[in-house]
Each structure stands twice: as C-alpha cells, then as structure tokens.
Design a protein around this ligand. Structure first.
Ligand code: C5P
Length: 403
C-alpha cells in the first residue's frame, strides 16, 4: 500500500515519542521507506538506536554535525522524501513551524521543506486548547499542513481531555490516505460511525468472569468496512483475539457498563452499528477478592445489564441518524428480528441464525436478513467480511440520501 514511499519522520520531544518505533514498524510493513530526524528533546523519550534499528537507516539529530551534514544536509533530507510526518508534534515544534523558527535540524528541515507535511499533535490538554496553540494550528492548516488527531482520553500527565496523540493505526491511515489522494476519500468521508463488537466479560470475583462465545469477527469487519469507505470510526470492543483494524480508533472494554460509557463518550455519531454480544447480566456486588472454593459454591445474584443498542436508539437529541442492531436468533429469525427492531427502537436489524448448526458464532460465514422499515432483504450466505462490505455500502447509500 505504501510501496517505496519515502517518509521523513520527525520525532519531537513528548512522551508520545515512545510510539515512534511502532509507527516506523507499521509503515515499513506496508512497504514505506522511513528516515528519521530525532530532536534533542525527542531523544529524552526514545533513542536513535531504536529508530535506526527499525527504520534501517541513519537517524539524523544535529544541525551542526559535520558527519550528518556531509552525508545528508537538511535540504536533502526534505528533497529525498515524498512526505514529511511530525509525530509527535509538540506545542513547541508547532510554534516554531508556524513562526518559521529554524534553530535545530528538525525545524530547519521543516522550513526548507518542499514536501507536504502531516503533523500528529500530542500535548497536555491546556497546552492544546491554549489560544496560542490553536492560532498556530490555524496558521499551519492555512498553509495546508495536514493534521491527524489529537484525540481525547487519559493523558500521560494525569489530566484528561484533548491532546492525546492519534493512535498509530490512525496515523498510518492518514499517511495512506495522503498517498491515495484526496479524491479517493470514499462515500462516508464526512461521516462518523460507532461500532460495538465482541463479547463482554462480567466479573464474578477478582479472577473469574461470565462471558460468551462471540469472536468479534463480524463487528470488527464492519468497523473496517466503514473505515474503508472513509468514515471516521470508533470501535468499542470487548475482549477478542483480533487485531485492531487499521485506521479505526479502538476503545477496549470488558463489561457492558464500560461499553455503554465508552459509547456515550463517542457521541455524537452519525451511524451506530451494535454488533457486540453484550452479556445480559452482571454479578451484583462482585468483589475483587477470589471467592474461596472451600466455602462452597456461591449463590450468584445476577442483575440486568444496560441495553446499549436501545439506549443509543432512544438517545433523544444525540441519537445517531442511523442505528443498526443485530438479532441473533435460533428460531423464527425474521419474526423475532422484526419484533426486536420495534422493541429496541433502532432503524435496521441484521437478523441472523445462530442455532447450533449454523456455524455463525466464531465462524467466518454469516447468513443474514436486513430488516428495515420498508421490509426484509434476504442476503445469501457470505463471508463476514463480505456481509460487512455490503452493509457498509448500504449504509453509505442511506446516509447520502437521509443524513
Ligand atoms: O436483545 P438482544 O441481545 O437479542 O439484542 C441484540 C442486539 O442488541 C445486538 O445489536 C446487540 O449488540 C445489542 N445489545 C446491546 N446491549 C445489550 C444487549 C444487546 O447493545 N445489553
């Protein structure tokens, strides 16, 4: 996908610099050639050795280094790249870029650059929201510097809010999008989607839990398919064996209560697809200590979990414009699917047969029926990835008309 694309990665001085090795690895896996500049502050968080070993190239650090300049001057560093990526981009380097300060190798190269630049900002929430940083951001955007992230979440400094560097997979996706060209952004480029996937784990005590056999394959495939059509996707996933899909922001949770919280935090969204097999109950009063076997079998008191799909579908003003749920049935698939659509208040139901012989749970194929207000469509048996692609196409067609 990034075959032979030359990326000059500038690693500035923030805690997110520790993610640079992973970013280099993923870019190289996709065929890119990566060369690094590491700032003096960046070298406090990651090492030239790590970047050099993963990039397979020299790591450039000093402006006034006879060795670096004779081998590769700051002008050539930019000339020999197709794209310059600054990750992490600190408040400091953004300020220098915006004002044209060139006082080290990184900033001199950026000022001398004749190549497009993508930055992945990362900093404390107050620094990010400060009018100075926001003004610099506006200046850089006006100069067509591309920006990926930052996202919201726990920050290394202990505070919570915007400023967290985009996930490595999101940075890779932004780089890939750049090389694919803006024109190819996809029909969902303007839309934000939320997908739930996988099982939940409901603790019994500190070591045991109640789970189910959901693999997460269908939900993850839907997140990937929506992202492939250009949507900005948050995937809230219970514990699965699956890798995080590229370009998708994944929030990992364990319990239904955590899933609901993460979904609410992801709002507002245009599209919600609830494919998770959410546990119906949790153990009331589950503690952190392991229950002792010699005390005999415990009488577990179960309590109901929140219905995430129904909550999203009834969310009033914050309701996503299209809410899609699944109905996993073992009999009367369509009748029960229709009833579920009404009961949950969602727009579409994907009804599927999960009876023992169907092989749906954990398998690669799925036979589904799409139930909308207009009627029922029977889809042939398809791979879960193909069900996901077909659903994403249907969603794209719907939102282009209704949202
Ligand atoms: O009620 P039932 O579990 O059959 O409904 C299945 C649909 O509702 C799926 O889309 C599932 O993701 C969603 N659901 C949910 N929260 C629950 C139970 C189910 O989002 N607590």
């Amino acid at each position: 996908m990034l075959d032979n694309k030359r990326i000059l990665l500038i690693v500035a001085g923030g805690i997110a610099a520790v993610k640079a090795p992973d970013l280099i690895r993923r870019l190289r896996e996709r065929g890119a050639k990566v060369r690094c500049i590491l700032t003096r502050a960046g070298a406090q968080f990651t090492t030239p050795m790590a970047l050099g070993a993963l990039s397979g190239d020299a790591v450039y650090q000093e402006l006034f280094s006879l060795k670096d300049e004779s081998e590769m001057g700051h002008i050539r560093l930019s000339r020999e790249a197709d794209l310059i990526v600054v990750a992490p981009a600190t408040a400091d380097i953004m300020t220098k870029m915006a004002t044209g300060i060139a006082d080290d190798l990184a900033t001199t190269t950026l000022l001398a650059a004749d190549k497009p630049i993508l930055i992945a900002p990362s900093m404390n929430v107050m620094m990010w929201t400060h009018p100075a940083t926001q003004a610099n951001l506006a200046t850089l955007k006006a100069r067509e510097v591309r920006v990926i992230g930052p996202g919201a979440g726990d920050l290394a400094c202990g505070e919570v809010g915007d400023g967290r560097i985009a996930e490595v997979s999101e940075i890779v996706a932004a780089i890939s999008r750049y090389f694919q060209g803006e024109v190819d952004q996809g029909p969902l480029a303007r839309y934000r989607a939320l997908v739930t996937s996988g099982p939940t784990h409901e603790p019994i005590d500190g070591v045991r839990y109640i789970a189910n056999r959901s693999s997460g394959k269908q939900g993850h495939a839907i997140a990937a398919a929506l992202s492939a059509l250009g949507a900005d996707v948050v995937l809230v996933s219970g514990p699965t064996q699956l890798p995080d899909p590229d370009g998708v922001k994944v929030v990992h949770i364990e319990t239904a209560a955590q899933m609901l919280k993460a979904c609410k935090e992801a709002l507002p969204r245009d599209i919600a697809v609830c494919a998770a097999a959410v546990g119906d109950w949790h153990v009331a009063g589950a503690g952190k200590k392991k229950l002792k076997r010699d005390r005999g079998p415990p009488a577990l008191q179960l309590a109901s979990n929140p219905d995430i799909l129904a909550t999203l579908a009834k969310a009033g003003g914050g309701r996503p414009g299209l809410v899609v749920g699944f109905a996993a049935e073992t009999e009367d698939v369509i009748t029960n699917g229709k009833a579920k659509r009404d009961a949950k208040g969602c727009d579409w139901i994907i009804a599927n047969d999960v009876s023992a012989g169907s092989g749906t749970f954990g398998g690669d194929n799925n036979t589904v029926h799409l139930i909308t207000r207009e009627g029922v469509e029977d889809w042939p048996t398809l791979k879960k990835s193909a069900v996901a692609e077909r659903l994403a196409e249907r969603i794209a067609a719907y939102v282009s008309r209704h949202l």
